[in-house]
Design a binder for this molecule. Sequence first.
Ligand SMILES: Nc1ncnc2c1ncn2[C@@H]1O[C@H](COP(=O)(O)OP(=O)(O)OP(=O)(O)O)[C@@H](O)[C@H]1O
Ligand SMILES: [Mg+2]
Length: 260
Amino acid sequence: MSASGTDVVLETRELAKEFKGFVAVNKVSLKVRRGQIHALIGPNGAGKTTFFNLLTKFLPPTSGTILYCGEDITSEGPAQTARRGVVRSFQISAVFPHLSVLENVRVALQRSLGTSFYFWRSEKSLNRLNDRAMQLLAEVGLEEFAKAETADLSYGRKRALELATTLALEPELMLLDEPTQGMGHEDVSRVTNLIKKLSANRTVLMVEHNMKVVSLIADTISVLQRGSVIAEGPYAEVSRNPQVVEAYMGTTDGALGGTH
Ligand SMILES: Nc1ncnc2c1ncn2[C@@H]1O[C@H](COP(=O)(O)OP(=O)(O)OP(=O)(O)O)[C@@H](O)[C@H]1O
Ligand SMILES: [Mg+2]
């Protein structure tokens, strides 16, 4: 770790958000380190999604600072921050059910390149686009489904496709809000492995309720309760913290303590 802090991709300093006097995010100071999978956990209503909304500039903070690679980006707009590579999945990357799997990735690529329609009419550029789309499908293990209609994919594979459309935006920091929500056991482990794989040359900040997933892939966990960070560290440490067990599970023999 360098003293200049270049290992920190994203940092918040006393970041706060109030809704008409209600403090949803309470002076959160958090550092996300390059190459890590950083999980944000906490009970319902703790402020996790609001925190994400502050990072993507969907909401303006009441006070505090957001730094990206050491630069203050608090007051820049959502598009500018997205262009830096701060990309949120599962919210902005809706897939079109009646397009093929490949077409969905092509749409995402075209959108991210913002190139004019006429450019894509040349066969050469269309082939390049197809090649890149196939590469992205291969990354998420959907190569063999390229021609399938998106509506026919299983739920877990749809989420994998959403990840591919997010990758089209070339994220440096991926923000995932509950990526395994609503999934069956098989899809959960497929998406967990996928996130682990995709994190190899990126940084991931994820909100995740499934403690099995968190214990398997998160390098660092921050626990949010009523808008404040109450604990931070690796799973083994955080899961033994009595305040966390109490706050998160409301019991000392909840899932946090017994994931295996
Ligand atoms: N736009 C808003 N206006 C008023 N209150 C809001 C708004 N958005 C969120 N809140 C409140 O802020 C608190 C935090 O909500 P948030 O959605 O960030 O929680 P969360 O940790 O993501 O919860 P969950 O685990 O249920 O997704 C909640 O009490 C919520 O009702
Ligand atoms: Mg939420």
